[in-house]
Write a protein that binds this ligand. Structure first.
Ligand SMILES: [Zn+2]
Length: 501
């Protein structure tokens, strides 16, 4: 098993524990958590037919005999979906198998028109990867990926649209998904959240762009398995499955609730029943489903209408090679090349585009640490989403050049940057002049302000001459104030030193 290069051990490594978060080892117990993540692939059409996979259109406008399961309709796999799934698998360090197969997973529910879902069972597309992430409790961890397989989505039931009835929208039926199944390597709800955060960053628009990874639109969905055991023990006990986890904070809350419920049951000497639990975001509680809903026997068998999925070695090699630089690799490279710390590198690798921005800035100025300060402290402040910087790199470098030349103070540059965004055609220097933040280094002007200041503060001058060196700082401030903030403090210091000699 090779750990995936997509992981992100530094991200969140230094986050303080949230207030009120209970420790995973409470009362000598630890949680054993595995996650099943469904990710909708970013394709134009569905997994086995040509219907649009677009989200948010009027109900039942993207349907055909194939995705409605009408007799005689034959499914044909979507090549783009297979390609995106293979990329995701490679980014997770998985082995992508040259041969995999589709299977029918049977269950009966109104939103599943065929009475089965086409999935992969005995021959999944990929197995055996790992994702590195930062556990708030244990530091960097590698979470093993058991398998990654392709499948189609079901439709969506609405219980609140028509009084007394259930309405079904089949637009989502047949949309391509990958299911990513982790080994039970997570030990706390916070670790589960950290894993999901890294997975979303890797697969989402910021890096691989195989999915929107949008939980509100259902393009990323999470089910969890959880059991408890004495902390440090290798045993695996009876687990429950927790569903309806519709946000990352919901995952964390639901798993904390379920973990504590199991620990309380164990303390009372009660056993844990293997069953499916539903999270209620409103109450924060996890409750068992009615027992008949969980009596699953999927009766998997090979899908007779689709031949085995055979991927040529050259195709696989090309997909593997086409992967972009992934977050972990980019982070390590920035640490080595620009001497950033691990947390610093995590900030500027939140997306590939932000990494490119930082790198271009650092190369243009030849100073990685300074580039980091500009990007993290000044330029990200211009960003609406906290990730993409709207000011072109060249303009940012222009603002920095004014500061380096002593024409604008570092602080004033923060006022200058939004101005540059508003006036893309104006030079940074002209905009600085318009804002009145151009520093004056002109000796004559500064000497004038120094003379006036010394005349206005005879007591401070006397104290300075009596040996109170710290008064100099006050006097510098007074001169800068007198200049309306335009005097370069360094030049003022030098002029004062001469005048007070
Ligand atoms: Zn269709």
């Amino acid at each position: 098993m090779t750990p995936g290069r997509g992981g992100d051990p530094a991200a969140g490594a230094r986050t303080a524990a949230e207030p009120g978060r209970r420790q995973s080892g409470a009362a000598g117990w630890e949680a054993v958590i595995g996650l099943e993540v469904h990710v909708q692939l970013l394709t134009r059409s569905k997994m086995f037919c040509g219907c649009s996979a677009r989200f948010g259109d009027p109900p039942n406008t993207h349907v055909c005999p194939v995705c409605l399961g009408l007799p005689g309709a034959l499914p044909v796999p979507n090549e783009r979906a297979v390609r995106l799934a293979a990329r995701a698998a490679y980014a997770l360090g998985c082995t992508v198998h040259p041969r995999s197969g589709f299977a029918r997973k049977h269950y009966f529910y109104p939103d599943l028109p065929k009475g089965y879902q086409i999935s992969q069972f005995e021959e999944p597309l990929a197995t055996g990867g790992a994702l590195e992430c930062a556990s708030p409790e244990r530091g960097p961890i590698a979470v093993r990926i058991k398998r990654l397989h392709l499948e189609e989505d079901a439709g969506k039931s609405f219980h609140d649209r028509v009084p007394g009835r259930t309405a079904v929208d089949f637009n989502r039926a047949g949309v391509p998904l990958i299911e990513i199944v982790s080994e039970p390597d997570l030990r706390s709800p916070a670790e589960a959240r950290a894993y999901l955060t890294v997975l979303k960053r890797l697969l989402g628009p910021g890096y691989l762009a195989v999915s929107n990874c949008n939980m509100e639109e259902g393009s990323l969905r999470v089910d969890a398995n959880l059991s408890i055991r004495p902390a440090g023990s290798p045993e695996l006990r009876t687990r429950t499955e927790v569903k309806n986890l519709n946000s990352f904070s919901g995952v964390e809350r639901a798993l904390a609730f379920e973990r504590d419920r199991q620990i309380a049951a164990a303390a009372r000497g009660e056993g844990i029943e293997q069953r499916t639990m539903l999270f209620d975001p409103a109450s924060g509680e996890v409750r068992p489903t009615r027992s008949k809903e969980e009596a699953h026997d999927y009766r998997y068998f090979p899908e007779p209408d689709i031949p085995p999925l055979v991927l040529k070695d050259a195709w696989l090699a090309a997909e593997r090679k086409a992967l972009p630089e992934l977050p972990a690799a980019k982070r390590e490279r920035f640490q080595a090349e620009f001497r950033l710390s691990a947390p610093e590198s995590a900030v500027v690798t939140a997306t590939a585009a932000l990494g490119d921005y930082f790198e271009a800035f650092a190369r243009a100025t030849g100073d990685g640490k300074d580039a980091w300060n500009w990007v993290a402290n000044d330029l990200l402040a211009l960003s609406a989403d906290g990730e993409s910087i709207p000011l072109p790199v060249g303009r940012a470098v222009e603002a920095r050049a004014l500061v380096r030349a002593g024409k604008v103070s570092r602080l004033a540059a923060r006022r200058l940057l939004p101005e540059m965004l508003r006036h893309p055609a104006a030079s940074a220097e002209a905009l600085a002049a318009g804002l009145g933040v151009v520093q004056v280094s002109d000796a004559g002007a500064i000497e004038g302000w120094v003379r006036e200041t010394l005349a206005a503060h005879p007591a401070e001058v006397a104290r300075y001459r009596a040996g109170e060196a710290k008064v100099l700082g006050f006097l510098v401030g007074q001169v800068v104030k007198r200049s309306g903030g335009t005097a370069d403090p360094k030049a003022v210091s030098a002029a004062l030193a001469v005048a007070l000699r």
